[in-house]
Write a protein that binds this ligand. Structure first.
Ligand code: MGD
Ligand code: MGD
Ligand code: MO
Length: 765
């Protein structure tokens, strides 16, 4: 259905509200959360410092921090995350005296996190089934001894994407000194598809745009990313682009309000008398997993426009010079597209030829185009191919490596890209091994480590004996939650560096520690004085970040200090491995990062504090293709269905989503304001037509059952049928409540990213 309307009218039977994103509604949202989190005084001052040079870099998303920040350079989501961090609620040892782990395991995610910040190091006592206070010293000694007693290859060091570059660099170094490459991070659950898929086609594992490109593009293909909730600060450049005439074509099964209309909280005029800006001029409601077909259809139309133009003696719309000089695989791909008929493309994408042609017409006339994407492309069995399909389209007209053009993934955690940059990877060939030898005097392990899915497989087989987590709520965030939680407690050792209590902590291994750390907004005092950390955004810019708030408890340690102390307690002393000195002064660690990657990180110490940070460069941005062929690669699809599922009767494709009131498994409340859904997260969204055809009624509670014959039964009960504007055969609900339905075996075939955007399900009334 949807075409070029701004879609402020709710579809029949849906509960969507009509408020634009960003306006007064977001201010109300902030006030509410502020009350819930009971943040202490001074929180507004902390917010005012966010994302400005000399201030704190927000821990919510990885969007850019502009050199000329606005007065309030934060969004509703960033404010919620910061206020949540700075709560005055405390989850102290007395709390654990009152509650056993078995009892807490019955609590919801929201109830657990609402108890507030962890204040003391805790050790699990199996006799009383309680976490009890311990000293840092005892904790480190015990963890070191436990690690020394295990085969390093049977242990996993995970990171969630928040810890700064300094702690992450040392964490990866520690893993390799200890003897493994088992270094998955949260990227393995989201943009690993990018690390592998984008690298394959344009030779860089990260986005190739800069902020400047947003000032010069005249079309944006916006695929499977929800800016209103997950990266709201991007709405400002999008709005500015639209106001100067740029067209946005959205590809998304669900009409996300953030892509439809935006009122700017920074513009008093818009907030009071002005009209909100309409963002997407066309909304292509693809079927979940339908993007390879949809983007191929758009490209097919571009090829046909080109043929018509040339038949009339004009130059055509393809960038032939670019295709000739810079691309590989074009002829083969073109033959595939020409041989694929429209009926197939329509069936596989779930959208009409007319709509795909309309998108093709916008693309063909635009001089500079950016392709933006998120989890709607990456979390599929053929996610890497879906990224390839977007890149194919961009390459056709040379929209790569020039002003106003490029391919830009929107990353999740605020430093998830940076953690990969500084060596957090399971792939030994991506580790800085020569520098490790030179700077630290050891031979790094060259055996492949495991990514998150491989870790979970090893866990289920009883082969993974220890887990150290630098943040995250991994057991809850991954597929097959049920089987995974059973296996989790069988580990010999579990260590969590965390800020708040979560479900994974309630699955203690035989020896188990919960180590509370500072958040980014808190002052980090070490022997050499107040310490800064650094992070990398989605545009490969590096920024210094300093916390100013008084820590939630005098007991807290920084992530870096905890990593160094565990390393020191585990490894034999070595003169080149200066865990104490590095803890005293993080500048020494930045100096190591500069020495490890001098081309990218030279003079990091001063450059990271310049307004707008510093750019570590990106070869694809300069049209240097570090791919196998040395050129940008066209991807000839092996399938048009990114989900890799047949369309049998009674089978639906379940997309798992984030609400406006959550950060991953951290659920702040029950309001999904932007989608007009309030008070309940146990929902299954469905089109009114599908509800009718399935003989269901609105409000009825149903059970979703995973439709996969692999010997495992996966069910989630009590989901309320809720009409929503969705394509036929698509249903949607919330992560993490529905994670028990997601099979671990379904993941992107090249990168291992779990396929949580088209889970095959049946509905039982
Ligand atoms: N407030 C807040 N901010 C966050 C987070 C949070 O939980 N809360 N999480 C952070 C993290 S770690 C990440 S990775 C990012 C995630 O940010 P996003 O990439 O936006 O991820 P999702 O919200 O999971 O889903 C994105 C969109 O994909 C659409 N979609 C689903 N299936 C398909 C499909 O097959 N094709 C297309 N074209 N679209 C599809 C959905 O409707 C949804 O709008 O956000 C980060 N920022
Ligand atoms: N079905 C489905 N599943 C998904 C997704 C989906 O779209 N659908 N998305 C996936 C994605 S993209 C991701 S990234 C994962 C993430 O899922 P999670 O692992 O839940 O994400 P985090 O936000 O990293 O973890 C939150 C926990 O980290 C700790 N924490 C918070 N701040 C800090 C800090 O500054 N330092 C430290 N050390 N700890 C801190 C707190 O204890 C908190 O409980 O979920 C994935 N799972
Ligand atoms: Mo993520």
């Amino acid at each position: 259905m949807a075409t070029s309307d701004t879609a402020t009218e709710p579809a029949p039977g849906t509960a969507q509200d009509t408020h634009p994103v960003g306006g007064w509604g977001s201010v109300e949202g902030m006030t509410l959360t502020e009350q819930i989190a009971r943040a202490g005084p001074g929180v507004l001052e902390s917010l005012a410092h966010l994302n400005k040079s000399g201030g704190t870099m927000c821990g919510s998303c990885a969007w850019s921090k502009p050199p000329q920040p606005r007065a309030a350079e934060f969004c509703e989501s960033g404010a919620k995350a910061t206020i949540w961090d700075l709560t005055s609620a405390r989850c102290a040892p007395e709390f654990f005296q009152r509650h056993t782990v078995a009892e807490l395991a019955q609590w919801s995610e929201f109830e657990l996190e609402r108890e507030g910040r962890l204040t003391h190091p805790l050790r699990y006592d199996p006799d009383s089934d309680r976490y009890t206070e311990t000293s840092w010293e005892d904790a480190f000694v015990a963890i070191g001894a436990a690690l020394r007693g295990l085969d390093p290859k049977s242990t996993t060091f995970y990171a969630s994407g928040k810890a700064g570059l300094e702690a992450s660099y040392l964490y990866a170094l520690f893993a390799r000194l200890y003897g493994h490459n088992n270094l998955p991070d949260s990227s393995n659950l989201c943009h690993e598809t990018t690390s592998v898929g984008l690298k394959k086609v344009i030779g860089t594992p990260v986005g190739a745009c800069t902020m400047e490109d947003f000032e010069h593009c005249d079309a944006i293909l916006y695929v499977g990313q929800n800016p209103g909730t997950n990266s709201p600060r991007i709405l400002h450049p999008l709005k500015q682009a639209v106001e100067r005439g740029c067209e946005i074509v959205a590809f998304n099964p669900l009409k996300e309000r953030g892509l439809i209309s935006f009122a700017d909280p920074g513009s008093m005029w818009q907030m009071t008398v002005g009209k909100p800006t309409s963002l997407a001029s066309q909304y292509v409601q693809v079927s979940p997993g339908g993007d390879i077909a949809a983007l191929t259809g758009v490209a097919k139309h571009v090829l046909s426009i080109d043929a018509t133009e040339r038949a009339h003696g004009r130059a055509g719309v393809l960038d032939r010079a670019f295709l000739e000089a810079h691309c590989h695989g074009f002829a083969q791909w073109r033959a595939f597209v020409e041989a694929t008929d429209w009926a197939t493309l329509e069936a596989e994408s779930g959208v009409s030829r007319a709509q795909l042609e309309q998108a093709g017409a916008v693309y063909a006339k635009a001089k500079a185009v950016i392709g933006i994407y998120g989890m709607g492309l990456t979390q599929h069995v053929h996610g890497t191919q879906a990224i390839g399909a977007l890149v194919n389209l961009l390459l056709l007209r040379g929209n790569m490596g020039r002003l106003g053009a490029g391919c830009q993934p929107i990353r999740g955690h605020s430093n998830v890209q940076g953690q990969r940059t500084v060596g957090m990877t399971e792939k030994p060939e991506l580790a800085p091994n020569a520098k490790y030898r030179e700077l630290f005097g050891f031979e790094p392990p060259m055996q492949q480590g495991h990514n998150t899915v491989e870790f979970l497989q090893a866990l289920l087989e009883g082969k993974n004996k220890a887990f150290v987590g630098l943040g995250g709520n991994l057991a809850r965030a991954v597929p097959d939650f049920g089987r995974v939680s059973e296996a989790w407690s069988r580990m010999e050792l579990t260590v969590h560096v965390a800020t708040r209590l979560n479900r994974t902590h309630l699955l203690p291994g035989k020896v188990s520690y919960l180590l509370p750390c500072l958040v980014r907004a808190e002052a980090d005092e070490q022997a050499a004085g107040p310490q800064q950390v650094s992070v990398e955004d989605s545009f490969s810019h590096i920024y210094g970040s300093i916390g100013k708030r008084k820590p939630a408890s005098p007991q807290l340690k920084s992530e870096l200090a905890i990593v160094c102390a565990i390393a020191k307690a585990t490894l034999a002393a070595h003169p080149q491995q200066k865990w104490d000195a590095w803890t005293d002064d993080y500048r020494l660690v930045r100096a190591l990062i500069s020495k490890t990657w001098p081309d990218q990180f030279a003079d990091m110490e001063t450059r990271m504090n310049a307004p707008g940070g510093f750019y570590r460069g990106n070869p694809a941005h300069e049209r240097i293709w570090q791919t196998q062929s040395g050129k940008a690669e066209f991807t000839t699809p092996t399938t048009l269905d990114a989900a890799g599922l047949d369309r049998r009767a009674g089978r639906y494709r379940l997309m798992t989503l984030r609400s406006n009131d959550q950060f991953n498994t951290t659920v702040y409340g029950l309001s999904d304001r932007l989608r007009g859904l309030e008070g309940d997260r146990m929902l299954v969204l469905m089109s009114p037509r599908d509800i009718g055809e399935a003989g269901l009624r609105e409000g009825q509670r149903v059970t979703l059952v995973t439709d996969l014959d692999d010997g495992h039964v996966r069910r989630v009960e009590g989901l309320k049928v809720t009409p929503y504007d969705l394509p036929k055969g698509a249903v949607a609900g919330y992560f993490p409540e529905l994670n028990a339905l997601s099979p671990l075996s379904r993941h992107d075939l090249l990168s291992g990213t779990p396929a949580t955007k088209a889970i095959p399900v049946r509905i039982e009334a």
